[in-house]
Design a binder for this molecule. Structure first.
Ligand SMILES: *[C@@H]1O[C@H](CO)[C@@H](O)[C@H](O)[C@H]1NC(C)=O
Length: 522
């Protein structure tokens, strides 16, 4: 995966971009800036001087104290104040992947610094949480006591007990996902010129992978309080393959590639054909990551190439499923709303959409790089790289307001967007303006149940989104639709930056030659 091959992909995509005919309707640069702002609203810990979301204050300053470990920092996952390790790590993996694929576009938009800060807020926390090679603190607070209150994070009175996985209480999903996040981030910071931090992250990533692989076990069996919130449906084998592929990228180590090849069948990497990519189910992501090696890796044995092709056939199942092109009807394809939004399930459906939009962008680049078309089954349809990209764009555009409700599901973007996001801090008076304590249940009476709009827009948050019929209810109690999560927005950072660049090129193609600004050239 040299920089040379990376550049080749970019050049090939430029050709695809020209064939996109959809009209420009959205300001992707604005969406990109806003999406990065959201991560500042989700910060736990001591906020820095350059914090831009000013209605938030310091919080969780004694996290870990009871257990004698410093767990101050990191991110709240959604509208509540538990710090859940698995989705937090997945968020950082996806932010990092976005920067790795579209870093030039993010930099051109002037947002690279913000993107790096968003990643580092997570990785700094993971470094603290990884206190020993075989110990990872994976959660602070618990969902049951947390959900009993509606309080600002600055006022929290609920349990901040911390939970860990170790050799006796293994947690392979969370150890491996944190390894993936730190490995991906180590490449980001190496490219950004911070060799020291990059090495540090890689070192932690390697130890965490060894830990997760050596002491195999489901994390929700060890940390039972996570069971009702982020249980692992797919087990940990997907995370182990995913982490190995990221470590191969970050370190160049052949042994990680060997791991992903030799365990491909046993761990389901070349077996699982699914329509969902999420904080839980990593198969489509790792299948696409493995497929990219067919283009990027110069020295593959015949056996490695054959296994990577098997990964790729499952990656194509996912892409075809999202595009409703697999033979076999609804059994083999993701659901859709009447207006064409991918629909997997009613609770926080947009997470699956934003993840799909990202993966399809990446897969479109790969097809363009390989000079090949998508193949959907033996007798199925084929599609070009431009078709895959156009479909991904349609899903992003739906999120931004091209939908039957004319509502943007990216908060703060456009004229119409959710005003009653299920989010404690945004729905209450700001601690910065009003420090009078708001009690646990008082928050439900004064803020949660009030009909009025939230006092603060949770700018950049992607909410759960509409139901199966494209209908959205802007009500704090409709948490399946109005709650936002960090892992909904994370993949959109890469998607928006890519679409912004495509728009810029499209406009340049369409502009009359005399007015074509030369300085705007790449
Ligand atoms: C959305 O916008 C279209 C076109 O302007 C309009 O016809 C439609 O009635 C709008 N729908 C809603 C729910 O506002």
């Amino acid at each position: 995966m040299s920089d040379v091959s990376g550049r080749f992909v970019v050049v090939a995509v430029a050709v695809v971009a020209v064939s996109l005919v959809a009209a420009a309707a959205h300001d992707y640069g604005d969406a990109l800036s806003k999406s990065l702002l959201y991560f500042e609203a989700q910060r736990s810990g001591r906020l820095p001087y350059n914090q831009r979301v000013r209605w938030r204050g310091h919080s969780g300053l004694t996290d870990g104290l009871e257990q004698g470990v410093d767990l101050v920092g990191g991110y709240y996952d959604a509208g509540d104040h538990v710090k859940f390790g698995l989705p937090m790590a997945f968020t950082i993996t996806m932010l990092s992947w976005g920067v790795l694929e579209y870093g030039d576009e993010i930099a051109a938009a002037g947002e690279l610094g913000h993107a790096l800060h968003a990643i580092k807020w997570g990785t700094d926390y993971f470094i603290k949480a990884h206190t020993h090679p075989d110990v990872l603190w994976t959660q602070v607070g618990d969902g049951d006591s947390d959900h009993y209150c509606w309080q600002r994070p600055e006022d929290m009175t609920t349990s901040r007990r911390a939970y860990k996985v170790d050799a006796d209480n293994p947690g392979s999903e969370v150890a491996a996902e944190t390894a993936a996040a730190m490995a991906a981030a180590s490449i980001v910071f190496r490219r950004a010129g911070d060799a020291h931090y990059s090495h540090l992250l890689l070192h932690h990533a390697q130890q965490l992978f060894e830990f997760g692989d050596k002491y195999r076990g489901r994390y929700d069996a060890s940390v039972r309080v996570v069971k009702s919130y982020y249980p692992s449906a797919s087990g940990y084998k997907d995370e182990l393959l995913w982490a190995a592929l990221w470590l191969h990228r970050a370190s160049g180590g052949r042994r990680y590639l060997d791991y992903a090849v030799s365990n491909a069948d046993d761990f389901g990497g070349t077996g699982w054909a699914v329509s969902e990519f999420s904080w839980d189910i990593k198969y489509p992501g790792l299948q696409i990551l493995a497929s990219k090696l067919l283009l990027e890796e110069k020295h593959l044995s015949d056996e490695q190439r054959a296994v990577l092709e098997k990964y790729r056939s499952k990656a194509e199942f996912y892409v075809c499923s999202c595009m409703d092109k697999n033979p076999g009807g609804t059994d083999n394809n993701a659901g859709r709303t009447p207006a064409g939004l991918i629909f997997i399930r009613p609770w926080n459906n947009l997470q699956y959409v934003s993840n799909a939009a990202f993966l399809l962008n990446v897969y479109s680049d790969l097809l363009a790089g390989l000079g090949q078309r998508l193949r959907c089954g033996e007798a199925g349809e084929a599609a070009g790289a431009g078709d895959v990209l156009a479909f991904a764009k349609s899903q992003a555009d739906y999120i931004l307001g091209s939908n039957p409700m004319n509502t943007s599901y990216l908060v703060g973007y456009g004229e119409r967007y959710p005003r009653r996001v299920h989010h404690r801090a945004a729905s209450s008076a700001s601690y910065q303006h009003d420090k009078a304590f708001i009690g646990c249940l008082q928050g439900f009476d004064s803020w949660y149940s009030a009909h009025q709009e939230n006092p603060f827009d949770l700018v950049g948050a992607v909410v759960g989104g509409p139901n199966a019929k494209d209908v959205f209810t802007d009500h704090r109690g409709a948490y399946m639709q109005t709650e936002a999560c960090t892992y909904n927005t994370a993949p959109m950072v890469g998607v928006f930056s890519k679409l912004k660049e495509l728009e810029r090129r499209r406009r340049r193609e369409e502009a009359p030659p005399s007015s074509s600004p030369v300085a705007d050239d790449l």
